[in-house]
Design a protein around this ligand. Structure first.
Ligand SMILES: NC(=O)c1ccc[n+]([C@@H]2O[C@H](COP(=O)([O-])OP(=O)(O)OC[C@H]3O[C@@H](n4cnc5c(N)ncnc54)[C@H](O)[C@@H]3O)[C@@H](O)[C@H]2O)c1
Length: 348
């Protein structure tokens, strides 16, 4: 299959690009190369005859039209987005522009191409979204595909909006689509402003490890390479119009997650005192959702997909990867906003 992947120079998109090529697909990676992108993430496949890169913005309709004409994809996997909740609190406009207007522009370019091709039924627009569209849970229960949307952050609201656009394009124009909503990802090539890399890199630098609030928020962690595998499974097998929740079945409180990472580092890179002594509780994020948990039953029963690693195994692989790849993360730490506390201002 020839797949147009948007956001393929980002964290999850690059895992999708690498795995899709390993599975024998052809990939066109379309990315605007924002602050969150890194082409080194796809260096291992950049010379493959199955790989092409297009430097373009999903809000640029004419660039999109030319890319569709040039590459004639069989499917779109749409991952390009502004993705950091804290940045969405400080500057929501960019999230509306890219995640809502950008998705609309991409949908229209896709529809135009698909209609010109004679509306092939096997075509897919695969929209990659988040469990944050469902809002927050208390101590019990899990999100299913039927949970009503109740997004709480500007990021989550922009992703919810984009999910609705994709569904509407499917209903109104019959554009074949599938939507997946997944839990928090972690793993190699995770941009150094997100929680798990921050913990690893601050610990290695001997800096305070910031934990929001009391560290009691719960997330359901998914190893990024498992997510990429789930996404390709859905793309290859799903019926038109289906939605799937993707989760790692790995719930953890933030403080327990941070303690686990510190314990792995104590073993792999011993210091003169336990890394957990660096933990520092900081002001909570405004509107911080308490708990996310995914019920992945539909994906398991319909497509037979399960995560391959536990959280402990995935964290071990992740810490080893960061220890082995300082050149990758040191270059990104110099980028705008990385290493500073973001997302404390309410809507400024
Ligand atoms: N990271 C997670 O835990 C998580 C969980 C669930 C869903 N998601 C979703 O998965 C997708 C990928 O997330 P990620 O963590 O890899 O994000 P990321 O921030 O690491 O990567 C986003 C990529 O999109 C590109 N991009 C941004 N704006 C663009 C534009 N206007 N045109 C073209 N390219 C643009 C960036 O350059 C970057 O390469 C997002 O849609 C996100 O909402 C992420």
């Amino acid at each position: 299959m020839k797949i147009l992947v948007t956001g393929g120079a980002g964290f999850i998109g690059s895992a999708v690009v690498r795995l899709a090529i390993a599975r024998g697909h052809q990939v066109v990676n379309l990315d605007a190369l924002t602050y969150a992108a890194c082409l080194d993430n796809v260096a291992s496949v950049a010379d493959s005859p199955s790989y092409a890169f297009e430097h373009a913005d999903i809000r640029d309709a004419s660039a999109l039209g030319a890319i569709f004409d040039r590459h004639q994809p069989d499917a779109v996997m749409h991952l390009a987005a502004e993705s950091h909740v804290d940045r969405s609190i400080d500057g929501p406009g960019a999230f509306i522009d890219t995640n809502v207007t950008g998705t609309y522009t991409l949908l229209e370019a896709t529809r135009s191409f698909w209609e010109a091709q004679g509306k092939p039924a096997q075509f897919r627009f695969h929209h990659i979204s988040t469990d944050e569209v469902y809002g927050t849970l208390k101590d019990e229960g899990q999100f299913t595909e039927d949970t009503p949307y109740a997004p709480n952050s500007p990021y989550a609201a922009s992703k919810a909006s984009s999910d609705h656009l994709v569904r509407a394009w499917g209903e109104t124009y019959q554009l074949p689509f599938v939507i997946t909503n997944c839990s928090n990802n972690y793993g190699p090539f995770h941009f150094p402003e997100k929680l798990i890399p921050v913990v690893i890199l601050n610990a290695l630098a001997g800096k305070d490890i910031p934990v929001y609030g009391k560290g009691l928020n719960v997330r359901d962690w998914l190893y990024v390479e498992d997510h990429a595998d789930a996404l390709l499974t859905v793309l290859e097998q799903s019926e038109n119009g289906r939605t799937y929740n993707i989760g790692g079945e790995n719930e953890a409180r933030n403080i327990d997650l941070v303690e686990s990472i510190c314990a792995i580092l104590d073993r792999l890179r011993p210091s003169d005192r336990p890394y957990s002594s660096l933990i520092s509780y900081v002001q909570d994020r405004p509107g911080h959702d308490y708990r996310y948990a995914i019920d992945p039953t539909r994906l398991r029963e319909e497509l037979g997909w399960r995560p391959s690693v536990t959280l402990q195994q995935g964290l071990e692989k992740t810490v080893q990867w960061y220890l082995a790849n300082p050149d990758w993360w040191q270059a990104l730490q110099a980028r705008d906003g990385v290493g500073t506390r973001l997302g404390t201002s309410k809507g400024t």
